[in-house]
Design a protein around this ligand. Structure first.
Ligand code: GLA
Length: 345
């Protein structure tokens, strides 16, 4: 049985209390979850020598999580992960103006997205996990509808961190939630991920323009630096991808079916990560915007010091009818399950 403890993590600059939960399984895998941004602040996994290694970037105080611009370490991102072009969309003959926070575009839900709120929390029966809940009011960051979101984290004895999302609305609205963990399987703050091996089950990806907004094409990965169908050292083709990887891969998943999306492993620690999701896409982001100015748990967070595997629908889907639908209707329930499973090579 897992064990779960709750403590006061700190207080936001506007005086809200933030809690931290420590969840441990029988193998000694430990995750720390915080109610600010419904996030994962630490994730300790045993390496090939049995030594615990913290494999995610994060902080041990509240304040650095509140900064803007933010790297979104470990948090739940919403209402809409990634970009919505020109911070607007139309539905039912009405145009909705959103808050722009990435040039003229909306990134990760806007200026004050769900990643920058204190969520309500409750312990799951049997101390198997933590459920975070938030109500996002009609008009929040410009999005229509009162949106109720819950994100549940649990830890299994098979060394899986499971994340289950549920959302409902009272008006049609786009929803695209994700978790933004930055993984370094050699340990947070321990160099770059250039030597990590990555494999992604995707034959295509979503090409973007220089502002990281989709062009609308679906690109084939075959015989390009984007191809990770066979396990590949991530540093191998870095110099052929301007800026580094920051792209959505189109997964071979059936809608709503939990399917293996990606695998990552690190040669030094011997830790490997398998990601499964019900989502149609995964964003591979190689911490291209980190520049060594942030110090967190484990040390200095360098450029390419981690990689994110963000389960999600495609960016800017509200402007591309051929992308899978992201509009949630009042009589529907948004559901997503994503699992990060840890093993040794
Ligand atoms: C996502 C985006 C990146 C960047 C990071 C946060 O992964 O795709 O372009 O904005 O979030 O820094």
């Amino acid at each position: 049985m897992p064990t779960l403890t709750k403590e006061r993590f700190g207080t936001t600059t506007d005086g809200q209390d933030v809690d931290r939960f420590t969840l441990q399984n029988k193998n000694g895998m430990v995750t720390k979850l915080i109610s600010y941004g419904a996030g994962v602040s630490e994730l300790w996994v045993r390496d090939k020598n049995g030594k615990p290694v913290n494999v995610v970037l994060g902080f041990d105080t509240v304040q650095p999580y509140e900064t803007r611009p933010t790297p979104y370490f470990g948090c739940t991102v919403g209402r809409y992960a990634n970009r919505i072009a020109e911070a607007k969309f139309s539905h039912g003959g009405k145009e909705y103006q959103l808050n722009a926070n990435d040039g003229s575009h909306t990134l990760h839900g806007g200026l004050n997205g769900l990643s920058h709120r204190v969520w309500k929390s409750e312990l799951l029966p049997g101390d198997s996990g933590v459920r975070f809940q938030i109500s996002s009011p009609d008009g929040d960051e410009g999005f229509p509808g009162n949106l109720a979101v819950s994100v549940t984290f649990s830890l299994t004895d098979e060394n899986e961190l499971c994340i289950d999302y549920v959302a409902t609305t009272d008006q049609t609205t786009p929803v695209n939630l994700t978790n933004h963990c930055y993984f370094n399987l050699e340990g947070a703050g321990n160099g770059t991920v250039h030597d990590h091996t990555v494999q992604i089950n995707a034959e295509s990806f979503i090409p973007v323009n220089s502002a990281y907004v989709p062009t609308g094409e679906i690109g084939a990965v075959k015989e390009t630096p984007m191809d990770f169908n066979q396990p590949k050292r991530i540093g191998q083709d870095f110099n052929k991808v301007p800026g580094g990887y920051d792209h959505t891969y189109v997964l071979r998943t059936k809608p709503g079916e939990l399917t293996e999306a990606a695998r990552v492993s690190a040669p030094g620690s011997g830790i490997s990560l398998c990601m499964l999701t019900t989502e149609p896409g995964v964003q591979l982001y190689t911490s291209n915007f980190l520049d060594g100015t942030i110090t967190g748990i484990g040390g200095v967070y360098k450029k390419h010091g981690a990689l994110c595997l963000e389960a999600q629908h495609f960016p800017d889907s509200v402007h591309h009818n051929h992308f899978p639908n992201v509009l949630l209707e009042p009589d529907e329930t948004y559901k997503q399950t994503t699992v990060y499973r840890f093993d040794l090579l």
